[in-house]
Every structure is written in C-alpha cells, then in structure tokens.
Design a protein around this ligand. Structure first.
Ligand code: HEC
Ligand code: HEC
Length: 478
C-alpha cells in the first residue's frame, strides 16, 4: 500500500516493516551480503547483535579525539614556552623561565578542551547532524518504530538500488510490508519563520557586546550599576561625623576619664633585658632580619647577595640593606629602631604585622649586643692604597645605599666620571664639577645641592684622611 501525496519530491528509498527481531537480524545480514552500502535499520529498542549483522564497524571517533587531545597538549606546551620564555621572558625570583611543572595546569586544560570539542563536534559531523527533517517520518507506518515494529530502509542513493528489485528482495527476507518513501517537495532547510527569528536574536545578541565595547577604556562620573548594594548603604556612625544622638553632636566618643591602657603596649619599660631576652632577640633577628642584614648585622644577607647579582646583571635595581653596626645606627635611639622595625623605612618593609611587640624590643636588645660586640671591628687597611681604602669607606659608610659607580641613578646621582661634568644646581646656576665640589658635597651636602635630586644626602663624620681616600676613589671611577 503505497501512500502517494501531491507534494512528493524525489524518491528517498524503500522501507520494509518486520514483525520480530530474528527476522530483522537475518534480513540485515542478507542486505549486507547483497552489497548494499546506503541502508539502515530502525528499532524501538537497542537490539543486541544487530550491529554485527549489519556489519557496522566500531566508530573511529576515539582515535580522532586522542589525536586532537595530543595536539592540544603539544600546542599548550609550545604556547606557554613561546609566551613565557621567548616572547615575554618572565623572571620571577630568578626561577627558570621555562620549567614543565608550572605549565601542567594549562597543558591539562588544553588537552581536555581539544578532546572535548572534538568528541562533541565530531559526533555531530559523523552522524550528519544537525538534520532538520528525515523523509522516513513522512511514512505513516514508520511511526510504529517507537512502539513494536522493526524497519529496514534502503536508500535510492545506493549504487545497487532498483525500486522494484528492492521491494521483492525485502519481501523475500520476511518483510510484512514494503513501501516507497519520498522526500518532501518543499525545501528541507530551516523553516523561513525560524530563520527570521534567528537573525533578530543574533542582532540583539550584539547589543551587550557593543555596550561593553563602547565603554571600554572610558571614564565616567556616573555611579556604577550596583547589584548588591547592602555594604555601601548601611546605618553606621562614621568617625569625625555628626550625630544627633549625643549632646555634643559628635559621633566619635572621647575616652572615659581615668581609662587605663592595658595589655600589649608598645612600651619597653616592662621588659627585663637579661640573657634569655637577648637570646630570644638573636633567634628572632636571625629569622626576620638576617636574610637581608646578615647574621652579623653588616648588611650582607643572602637576599642582598642574590639581589646584588641580579642588579649587576642588569635585571633589577637594588638598595643594599644598611650596615647596622655603623656608629650612625648605634647612635639611634631604641625608639627609632623600634619604628624602623614596625613601619619599615624607605625601601625596607615594616615587620610590625609579623613580629610581636615584645619580640621587636628583644631584637633591638640583640642589635645593641651586635653593635657593641663589633664596635672595634675594622678591616686591616695597612698596605692598602688610598683608593682601596676609599672604596671600603664608600661601602661601609652607606654611600652605596644612594650612589652607584655604574652610571645608574638610585637616590643620589651616580658617582662615576664626576670630574668635568657640567651640572645644574638647585638655584639654576651651572657648575663644572671639580675636586672642591666633590669634597664639599660630602662635608656640607646642602650647600650646593644638585637640581632634580632629593635633599637626602646624609652627613657622616669623616676624618681628613677618610675624605681624601673617598675623593681618590671617586676620581678613580670613570
Ligand atoms: C627584605 C630585606 C630586609 C629585611 C628582612 C630587614 N631589613 Fe632592615 N633594611 C633593609 C634595607 C634595604 C634597608 C635600607 C633602606 C634604604 O636605605 O632605603 C634597611 C635599613 C634598616 C635600618 C636603618 C634604618 C635607618 O634609619 O636608616 C635598620 C635599623 C634596619 N634596617 C633594621 C632591621 C631589622 C631590625 C630587621 C629585622 C626585624 C630588618 N631591618 C629586616 C632591608 C631589610
Ligand atoms: C641617603 C642617601 C645618600 C647617602 C647615604 C649619600 N649620599 Fe651623596 N648624595 C645624595 C643625593 C640625593 C645627592 C644629590 C643632591 C645633593 O647634591 O645634595 C648626593 C650628592 C653627592 C655628591 C655630589 C654629586 C653630584 O653629582 O652632585 C657626592 C660627591 C656625594 N653625594 C658623595 C657621597 C659620599 C662619599 C657618601 C658616603 C659618605 C654619600 N654621598 C652618601 C644622597 C646620598
């Protein structure tokens, strides 16, 4: 019983209906043996063994997925190597620019990304999806494929196809019925109305993108869109604000008269400085300070040595940690040292967050011990030239904190090649540097301050011999 309808298009093929699984499987075997290639079976439930009867081979997709996974893996390695080691060398604490472990997460992710996309889209492509319509659904009997009937369809596109032969052949295999199936005469693409809607949606989808693009890199005085504003608009008293709650109209309250501070104060007076206290200070100093200032406090810690290496190689600039043994720091009050440890100073970070107050005082006691113990320490300078002694002074008197001899500006000007340089002073007069200027700069730094630099030059006590040595050293650095 062939159903003919006016809007039939081209012949799609022949569909045969079977009543049970055994006949279907036998039929499938025969169709395969007959040499057909474009044909398929349709069943209400998965039929074990049908694949074998049809000669369906296992999908190649897993191999494609494996290949693309390996591609993703290789690309991730190359990409990160190129980005971090070649195109934009990334120097983090002097670690190697390229090392595999750091790159494993991205390698893993790219591998998964490539395989997942390949599996997903590969499945669509391999199955010829998306398919808007299938001609078999135009056949009324075929609806029973979801219920209790089994179907074999041979497509007209098959090389061996011949309509009447196909009918006879399928009947001979036990089909209870066979029918021709036609394509629809109408277009089989997307319905026109749907196309229109998709175009409208695609246009609308560009609106948020264009808004982002439009505001990219622009500033505005409008408040930003606030989705969860609860932290911004809360009832609270602001310090220095006004309120009608208190008679004096102020929000912050003064301390109640007679309040006694208690607990962990910044005050040193409760500490007993004994051997145990200094031992504690030594331990804490070695933990917190020695990395930069060295175990003897002279400023030669490991961080300093490593940073100097990097600075010399031109990778960084570095201000050396101060030599805490210098008279300059021995003369500082305990409170000054305490403030340096707590809040830091210039380029040194503060350690108030890490070191409890009592330990800070213990460290100071230990620094005092270091200073006293090394007070008489001095390098044996006999047999040294004046220049060599000058170099020693330059480093030990913290000149090197602010000056370099390699043309690099730190806090003060670089001191190499000074003689004969024409410079501008703070009062806009110009001057050619001579020996006198160099000496005066050391003994009375503020008298002739150089333009463009902070008034930061330290005054240090030096003997005439020291001065001559320094001058000779500075002159020797071209
Ligand atoms: C990360 C390295 C680093 C650590 C750790 C460090 N310092 Fe320093 N410290 C410096 C540097 C650098 C300077 C010189 C700062 C400058 O001149 O810009 C300095 C300067 C100082 C000074 C001289 C301050 C002045 O008045 O000029 C004192 C005192 C000092 N440090 C004490 C300590 C103590 C005590 C500790 C341990 C709690 C410590 N530092 C830990 C790097 C460090
Ligand atoms: C705290 C930082 C600092 C320290 C430490 C320091 N200087 Fe200076 N120095 C400066 C600054 C800033 C200038 C430029 C402003 C000025 O002329 O006073 C300068 C200027 C100079 C000049 C004049 C150079 C010029 O081009 O004008 C000489 C020479 C000099 N310093 C030598 C020394 C010597 C020697 C020491 C060690 C005893 C020393 N400085 C320690 C900051 C410092």
């Amino acid at each position: 019983m062939t159903e003919t309808s006016n809007d039939n298009g081209e012949l799609y093929g022949v569909v045969a209906e079977f009543d049970d699984v055994t006949t279907l499987c036998n039929a499938a075997e025969k169709v395969r043996e007959a040499g057909y290639t474009k044909w398929d079976c349709h069943t209400p439930f998965p039929v074990h063994g049908l694949d074998d009867s049809m000669g369906v081979k296992f999908t190649k997709l897993p191999w494609v997925v494996l290949a693309m996974g390996l591609t993703g893996c290789t690309l991730a390695v190359l990409m990160q190597w190129w980005m971090n080691a070649v195109d934009y060398p990334y120097d983090i604490s002097g670690k190697p620019r390229w090392s595999l472990p750091a790159n494993v997460p991205i390698i893993f992710e790219m591998t998964v990304l490539f395989s997942a996309f390949t599996a997903f889209f590969g499945m669509w492509i391999a199955n010829g999806l998306p398919l808007w319509y299938h001609p078999l659904f135009r056949n009324k009997r075929f609806a029973r494929v979801t219920d209790d009937k089994f179907f074999v369809a041979i497509e007209a596109a098959d090389d061996l196809f011949d309509s009447s032969k196909a009918h006879d052949f399928l009947k001979s295999l036990g089909a209870s019925d066979t029918e021709d199936v036609y394509h629809s005469a109408e277009s089989t693409g997307l319905p026109g109305s749907l196309k229109g809607k998709l175009v409208v949606m695609a246009c609308l989808a560009t609106v948020p993108l264009s808004m982002v693009y439009n505001s990219y890199g622009k500033t505005t005085t409008e408040p930003r869109v606030h989705l969860v504003p609860d932290m911004d608009k809360q009832d609270k008293f602001r310090a220095q604000g006004q309120t009608s709650l208190f008679a004096d109209g102020r929000m912050s309250r003064a301390q109640v008269e007679g309040t006694v501070a208690q607990g962990d104060l910044d005050d040193h007076s409760n500490n007993v400085v004994n051997a145990a206290f200094i031992d504690r200070g030594e331990e804490r100093f070695n933990i917190y300070c020695s990395v930069c200032h060295g175990f003897d406090g002279k400023g030669d810690g490991t961080v300093h040595r490593r940073a100097t290496e990097l600075a010399d190689a031109g990778h960084a600039s570095w201000i050396p940690p101060s030599n805490l043994i210098l008279g300059l720091y021995a003369d500082q009050s305990d409170e000054e040292l305490y403030s340096t440890i707590t809040d830091g100073i210039r380029t040194m970070p503060g350690y108030g967050e890490q070191i409890p107050k009592k330990d800070r005082w213990a460290i100071i006691a230990y620094v005092r011990a270091l200073q006293m113990a090394q007070k008489g320490d001095s390098v044996d300078t006999t047999g040294m030239t004046s220049e060599q002694r000058g170099e020693l002074l330059f480093d030990s008197q913290t000149c090197s904190t602010c000056h370099t001899m390699n043309g690099a500006r730190v806090i003060g000007p670089p001191l190499n090649g000074l003689l004969g340089q024409e410079i501008t002073l703070d009062d806009d007069t110009t001057l050619v540097i001579d020996e006198n200027y160099i000496l005066n700069s050391i003994t009375d730094p503020m008298a002739q301050a150089r333009k463009g630099y902070p008034k930061a030059m330290l005054e240090v006590e030096l003997t005439d011999e020291d001065l001559t040595d320094l001058l000779n050293y500075i002159k020797s650095q071209k």
